[in-house]
Design a protein around this ligand. Sequence first.
Ligand SMILES: Nc1nc2c(ncn2[C@@H]2O[C@H](COP(=O)(O)OP(=O)(O)OP(=O)(O)O)[C@@H](O)[C@H]2O)c(=O)[nH]1
Length: 383
Amino acid sequence: MELINPRSLLFVANLLGMLCALVLWVQARSFPDDIEGLRDWAKAVFLIGCASGLASMRGILPDAVTIIAASGMLLLGQFLLVIGLQRYSGKTPYWRPTLDAIGAVLIIITWLTYGTHNYQGRIFIMALAHIGFFSFGALLAWQAEPKGFGSRFLGIAFLLGVAIAVWRLVTLPVVVDDADVTLDYELVQQLYLGVFSLGILGLSIGFIMLTNERLRVELEFMATRDPMTGALNRRAFFSRAEVEWARSMRSRRALAVITSDIDFFKKVNDTHGHHVGDLVIKDFAHRAAQMLRFPDILARFGGEEFVILLPDTGMAEARQVAERIRHAIGTHRDKALPPYTVSLGVSIAQGNAGQAADVEALIAEADAALYRAKQGGRNRVES
Ligand SMILES: Nc1nc2c(ncn2[C@@H]2O[C@H](COP(=O)(O)OP(=O)(O)OP(=O)(O)O)[C@@H](O)[C@H]2O)c(=O)[nH]1
């Protein structure tokens, strides 16, 4: 039964491949370099599109082009999809073993085309290769970060590819040998090709969604974080602090703020250099963050000055946290860094009369306590 001309399907796959390759290429050019894999995908989809275009010329161009070259491009394209996903996930791709395997498959395909004229054998070996690439692709897509809709969509698109290739294997016995004479008009082969053409589109959309989600996560991170330490920036701190403030005022539960400043930090810079100064700042941010729990937040307000917000935390508990940080910084140290100490100021609000009227006032109170800690000799906590 002729549902749709297989030649037309392959031609559509060719056009879709070219268009998807163009979109992926444009996307690759406008994306930050650390989101890798888009260029591989553009090349992959281009190759798969070309393979479909060549295959649509069956009976017009020689078999060496429409079968051997087309199969080679198809396999290389599918391999590049996997390579792109590996690069996207920060894994180092291994080219050699798979390229050797593709070479071996092409030699077998050539033998099956010119030697034994075995159409079923050719479909069998190509379906096996599709299953291998698509299974690996599904696994990589499922593991890819962020694990959002894009990663799931892509994983399912790859799994559909596996299912179709398995189905093609199962239905192999009904393939008639003369199907190879021009093009296979069997319904199963038409569906195979049809789904395959749409598959290029589905996979490309999936990967574009995945990379867009990664970009959104990165932009969000950049907009809310201090790039050097990964702590929240001032703006993100205030947007979270305002929410916690409102909650605290409504529920009358205490909200604590700790401000901290590394002691004699100018001396660290002057003695060991700015680079070591930066390492000390990062060390402080890392170790202070380890001493906090959800939903506490740590923000870098500038230089060596950090602010910590502790929701649902009273004065005694907040002082304990500050003491723990001071003690940890002053006693355990990274051997690669000079010893240093930190002074901290603590303040709380609970919506009572006479207490801070807003977050800024609460921070100003903690700053005043921090100033007293500095005046009192440093390496201490004041409230
Ligand atoms: N390495 C490095 N230094 C910074 C950074 N931002 C600010 N600084 C330096 O940090 C120092 C801050 O010193 P001050 O706050 O004036 O005083 P201090 O030496 O820490 O002394 P006290 O706070 O009084 O104990 C200045 O020398 C700044 O140049 C940064 O991102 N990296």
